[in-house]
Design a protein around this ligand. Structure first.
Ligand SMILES: *Cc1c(COP(=O)(O)O)cnc(C)c1O
Length: 408
């Protein structure tokens, strides 16, 4: 049994706070968005965490997500629903990326994507706070992670997917015990249905950033990176950005680690990568805007980042700007080429969203935004096995004479 999970819990949550106005909210009861309709952030008593915990204590623990428990919101061990949330490896891709490029391969997590990090936390908190029925709009991976964790602890789930959601995702959501519907619209159209049902009291709304705890789960990507890099962060991070939970979460993690004195003030440049067929954050970044307008007619093969409107837009843009990073758009052909290159040259099968980060990295090097010597992390957020693969149509009849010369 994992000792990180059997240990007595000791969370240090002090309160929640509106990310826009700073207004305080009480912990230990269910929350959606703040009064002004923006995400709530969880705040901790960091001096008390610092007194209870050191880098060495963390280093001595098993390397899974729960080693960070003092910096996570769950109060009671019994609330945890785990499917084995391992620390994901940093995989070099020297041929397709270069000597200083590492891929954080999130495809190894339960349900095959990093949505497991956010949902394991959000479901544990829902359980702790007595929620019994959850609904969610999803492009696929979040719904699968929700279904798996909620089913495991007996919470009922209702999931709405845009019509273009990959078939495999809709099926895995159903297979893991959720009730799932396709909807003729985009993810925010599905979100409107969830919001309406929540307003009628039918269920709890688990849309991206509309409950406070997914960010805390995604934050562990930043905590892990700090530990994996020996408490000195990489020079740049390329993150495929839909709702932006992970980028916002990592930025929060770095801030908490600095307040603990575990890292210095240096930060990686954060590159928010979007598909050029759905790039509201890129457009807002280039316009110097604080908020992003909805992207009409969104279309890309990278379903996980087909998000026309993000409720945390200003938090993404703020992190990107404060870090001296950028928001970058890449086209579908470049995304698919990058997936192909990484698989054929380095043997790592990325998802299209991961491919987008590799394509954006190549472009950033060519444009002089990144030096080839800089240490870079790309996020591969899901296993490439969840996505349609190119045909491999060759066929052999074993009853005929075989021309062995053709194998070379
Ligand atoms: C959800 C998802 C993303 C986007 O993550 P956010 O943190 O919501 O921006 C990227 N890639 C994949 C595969 C996803 O499932």
């Amino acid at each position: 049994m994992n000792s990180n999970i059997t240990a007595d819990r000791a969370t240090f949550v002090s309160h929640l706070e509106c990310s826009m106005t700073g207004e305080r909210y009480e912990a230990d009861r269910p929350h959606g968005l703040s009064r002004v309709g923006r995400p709530l952030l969880v705040r901790y008593d960091l001096p008390a965490v610092g007194a209870a915990l050191s880098r060495n204590v963390v280093a001595a623990r098993d390397t899974d997500l729960w080693r960070w428990r003092e910096l996570l919101p769950v109060r009671r061990t019994a609330s945890i629903v785990s499917l084995g949330e391992i620390e994901t490896p940093l995989v070099p891709i020297p041929k397709s990326g270069g000597p200083n490029v590492l891929v954080k391969d999130e495809g190894r997590l339960p349900t095959g994507s990093f949505k497991a990090r956010g949902l394991v936390m959000a479901v544990a908190m829902a359980r702790e706070l007595g929620v019994t029925r959850i609904a969610m709009p999803t492009n696929g991976n979040a719904g699968a992670a929700l279904a798996a964790y909620a089913t495991r602890c007996g919470i009922e789930t209702i999931v709405f997917c845009p019509e273009e959601t990959p078939e495999i995702n809709v099926r895995e959501i159903a297979a893991q015990g959720a009730r799932v519907w396709r909807v003729n619209g985009q993810i925010d159209d599905c979100g409107a249905i969830v919001g309406k049902g929540a307003a009628e009291g039918r269920w709890f709304d688990f849309s991206t950033l509309k409950e406070p705890y997914r960010i805390e789960g995604k934050k562990t990507m930043g905590l892990e990176l700090a530990a994996q890099f020996g408490w000195k962060l990489p020079d740049a991070i390329f993150y495929p950005t839909g709702g932006g939970t992970g980028l916002i979460g990592m930025w929060k993690a770095f801030d908490e680690l600095e307040r603990l004195g575990w890292i210095g003030p240096e930060r990686p440049r954060m590159y928010a990568v979007q598909a050029s067929g759905c790039a509201p954050i890129v457009r807002a970044f280039e316009a110097g805007a604080e908020h992003a307008e909805r992207w009409e007619d969104a279309a890309t093969v990278a379903a996980g980042i087909r998000v026309p409107r993000a409720v945390g837009d200003f938090l993404i843009l703020r992190a990107v700007r404060e870090s001296s990073g950028r928001a970058l758009g890449v086209g579908d052909p470049a995304i698919l080429r990058a997936v192909d290159e990484c698989a054929t040259k380095d043997g790592l099968l990325m998802c299209p969203e991961g491919g987008a980060t590799l394509a954006a990295y190549g472009q950033a090097v060519r444009d002089g935004l990144i030096e080839a010597e800089e240490r870079v992390v790309l996020f591969n957020c899901a296993t490439g096995l969840k996505y349609p693969l190119p045909d491999a149509p060759q066929w052999l009849d074993r009853h005929q004479a075989i021309d062995f010369e053709m194998f070379g």
